[in-house]
Design a protein around this ligand. Sequence first.
Ligand code: 6YU
Length: 425
Amino acid sequence: SDSTPQVIVIGAGIAGLAAAAKLQANGYRVQIIEGRDRIGGRIWTSRTWNDMPVDLGASWIHGVTQNPLTDLADTARIERTPTDYENSLVYTMDGEELDDAAVEQLEEQLVTLLDAVAELVEDTDDMSLAAAMQQVLVEQAESIDQPRLNFSINSTIEHEYAADVEELSAQYWDNDGEVVGGDVIFLDGYDQILDQLTADLTIHTGQPVNAINYTAESITITTNTTTFEAEHVIITVPLGVLKQGRIQFTPPLDATKTDAITLLGSGLLNKTWLRFPTAFWPKEPEIINYIDEQKGRWAEFLNIYHYTDSPILLGFNAGSYARMLESRSDAEIIADGMQVLRTIYGQEIPDPEAWQITRWGADPYAFGSYSFLGVGATDALRDDLAQPIAGRLFFAGEATERTYPSTVHGAYLSGLRAADEVMQA
Ligand code: 6YU
């Protein structure tokens, strides 16, 4: 009948919304089934603070030039604010500020190290990025200030790839496509870019899918309350959800798929938003960096006070340090962050009066922040994950995108790609 959907899209994140909007624009009857009681997925703007919206998932458009998100934002006239990563301060464990020359030296050291790693892995078996770095350092007999090296690794690699250098593949960790034009944030909320996609779509929220049954003749999906039938299904749930086996496939997925799901990594980046009674830190820098002995400890704060007049800091933690923190209470996480801030700005600074803390690793609709390529993985696995099954089941989402994985624009492009595949099926 006319009310039965031709296509069901599982997940109302940017990939699912892009796929559904494109199919509907091409005359398909589409319905979206979303597990959570909200849309957006890993784009999640909280509006519980009066002074500003708070992005708990994605913050940036990574590389605004020739980026489809720039077109979306232009069309909807959404205000964007550039981030100048150079406009940063770096503090040591003694709370001392590093001068520009020292920061530059750190950056150069890291570039040299990564160049040597790239050369090393050209003719060796894959190993972890940490092992490759270690090997290069030993070969160069380089004496290196370990905390400082940890810091550059942390703020430049582990935050971006949401995994420890001990996990990342030395061959493939940065095999993703280059982005150009600089990064921007949405001070009024990343979720604004969803509006024009969702305008005419039918979205059922609060319906976690737990089973997919497919044959060459038909495909049905089952939620807690309902069974839906369609001609085609596009599944966009995060890699972490697939890894956890939250959805039962009948017949089971083949080895190519299950290998891709096992070998691709589901990484972790968490955010801690802290709002203080007054700002006790400088307004000028956009990024406040901190070098700790312990790798991964509060290496980076985005200075929201720079952009607005609100006394707010946004802390980032990634990889194993983020995983360790996730198991702690809010009070313990804040105490850890405050210890770092007190090292820099003095014992007398006030505690935050409000906070918002993410736990993406424990989130049953994400089980991680975004995917990465660990040792044993190659970017071809992303194509394996993307490959349609039985002409009926199609895959999209950040982890299926070979060129721009782990980003919003990559997820968006994967949704368009899956829509094309359905139209050609
Ligand atoms: C980007 C960025 N960014 C931070 C954090 C996170 C991510 N990313 P979705 O998950 O959205 O959708 C799937 C849907 O399926 C969802 O709605 C589910 O609820 C639903 N679902 C699940 N299970 C279901 C079931 N069983 N049944 C039904 N439905 C089900 N990307 O471009 N810019 O700034 C960030 C960031 C904390 C968590 C990000 C960023 C990643 C994107 O958010 C992500 O790829 C896409 O949103 C995924 O979309 P999707 O549709 O594929 O999945 C000096 C100096 C250096 C500078 N340093 C900066 C350091 C920071 C580096 N990176 C920062 C990244 C951030 C902040």
